[in-house]
Ligand binder design. Structure first.
Ligand SMILES: [Zn+2]
Ligand SMILES: [Zn+2]
Ligand SMILES: [Zn+2]
Length: 158
């Protein structure tokens, strides 16, 4: 999704909990607010209309959903890559094939401690876990059997 340049700015007002008027521009295209809040003395006599809270919240939701979808598809593509398979091989070797949580069971899944470098992970971003320990970390998600076989983690973060 391309970023909006906020080319159309509409002057809006909101009334705060103490009944004071607050002014800000709202983008006419994406409906996001354009910080900063403005002082009345800066308005130069322009007329303001009420801030469209609903349009902004719908726009935000669409925006974050699109970003999440984009992230997921990049993530899933990464999990199918040879690079990821190689990373998993190294994690498994480093952790000697044993779950690093319980230190008992055979490690089956590579778990992300952080997604900060997703696609370009450091080995320290990852840890080998058994299925049981992994499920405890992601209680609301299901694992892909095929992916589990190849030591890939198929958990999709929210
Ligand atoms: Zn905009
Ligand atoms: Zn375990
Ligand atoms: Zn995980």
């Amino acid at each position: 999704m391309s970023e909006c340049t906020h080319a159309t700015r509409i002057l809006r007002f909101k009334i705060d909990s103490r009944g004071r008027y607050m002014y800000i521009y709202q983008c006419g295209t994406c409906h996001f607010r354009i910080e900063p809040w403005l002082k009345k003395s800066c308005l130069d006599g322009q007329r303001a209309t009420p801030f469209d809270v609903q349009a902004e919240s719908e726009a935000k939701q669409r925006h974050y959903e699109a970003r999440r979808r984009e992230w997921r598809s990049r993530y899933e593509q990464h999990l199918r890559s040879d690079k990821w398979r190689e990373i998993c091989r190294l994690v498994k070797r480093r952790d000697r094939g044993i779950c690093q949580e319980c230190l008992e069971s055979v490690g089956e899944h590579v778990h992300h401690l952080t997604y900060e470098r997703m696609g370009d992970e450091l080995l320290s971003d990852l840890v080998l876990l058994c299925r049981g320990c992994h499920e405890e970390i992601h209680p609301h998600m299901t694992v892909d059997r095929e992916a589990a076989k190849s030591f890939t983690s198929k958990w999709i973060p929210q």
